[in-house]
Each structure stands twice: as structure tokens, then as C-alpha cells.
Design a protein around this ligand. Sequence first.
Ligand SMILES: CC(C)(COP(=O)(O)OP(=O)(O)OC[C@H]1O[C@@H](n2cnc3c(N)ncnc32)[C@H](O)[C@@H]1OP(=O)(O)O)[C@@H](O)C(=O)NCCC(=O)NCCS
Length: 90
Amino acid sequence: MIEAKLHDPQGRGHVRIDEDRWIVGIRVDQEHQGQGVGRALLERALDLIDGPAFAEVSRDNVSGTQFYEACGFVVDRPGGNDGSDVLVKL
Ligand SMILES: CC(C)(COP(=O)(O)OP(=O)(O)OC[C@H]1O[C@@H](n2cnc3c(N)ncnc32)[C@H](O)[C@@H]1OP(=O)(O)O)[C@@H](O)C(=O)NCCC(=O)NCCS
């Protein structure tokens, strides 16, 4: 079991990992976006997962998908009940 919620030290955002080691949400406060906070949170999550990492993003969340792609993830397949994008980083 690895379920975790990691917070930015300055409280600007957080990332959640579920019990299957999936990254199920990452959020940075709007006024602090575009400053590397999301990437730093994601890197901490990847350290904890320590292996192949999966993330699911709503299909209509283009910027969320682009964020993951900028951080080295690739779109793997449609997933979830609503055909959300599933991204994977090996
Ligand atoms: C997605 C989110 C977490 C990114 O956090 P952030 O702190 O703004 O991202 P960073 O500043 O660390 O950027 C990391 C990389 O992602 C890219 N990126 C970030 N936001 C992006 C956007 N809206 N569109 C395209 N690329 C983006 C950056 O260009 C950067 O790449 P680079 O280093 O090659 O320039 C943040 O915008 C957010 O909370 N969005 C709302 C919630 C959400 O959609 N979460 C994702 C799905 S759960």
C-alpha cells in the first residue's frame, strides 16, 4: 500500500498517489502555476512510486495532458469510464 498525498513545502499545491501507485491528481494554486511547483511535486511522487508510473487525466484537460507530456509521460490509451487519457512513464 503506497497511498499518499504529498504537499508542496510552501503549501502551493499537492499530488495524490493511490494504492495502485497511480497518480490520481496533481494541483498547483493558480497564482503559483508555471513556476516549476508541479514538476517538483511530480518528481517527488515518481521517487516514491519507484517504477513505472501511471496517471489519468480527463480527456478535455488538454493543459493537464501537456503538463504530463512535458514531464516525460506519453499518452498510452484511453481509460476510465469516460475515456480519460491514461499516461504512462516507464
Ligand atoms: C497541471 C499543473 C499541476 C502544472 O503545474 P505547474 O506548477 O504550473 O507546472 P510547472 O511549472 O512545474 O511546469 C512543468 C512543465 O509542464 C509544462 N506545463 C505546465 N502547465 C502547462 C500548460 N497549462 N500547458 C502546457 N504545458 C504546461 C510547462 O511548460 C513545463 O514544461 P517545461 O519545463 O518544459 O517548460 C497545474 O497547472 C494545475 O494545477 N492545473 C490544474 C489541475 C490539473 O489540471 N491537474 C492535472 C490533471 S490531474
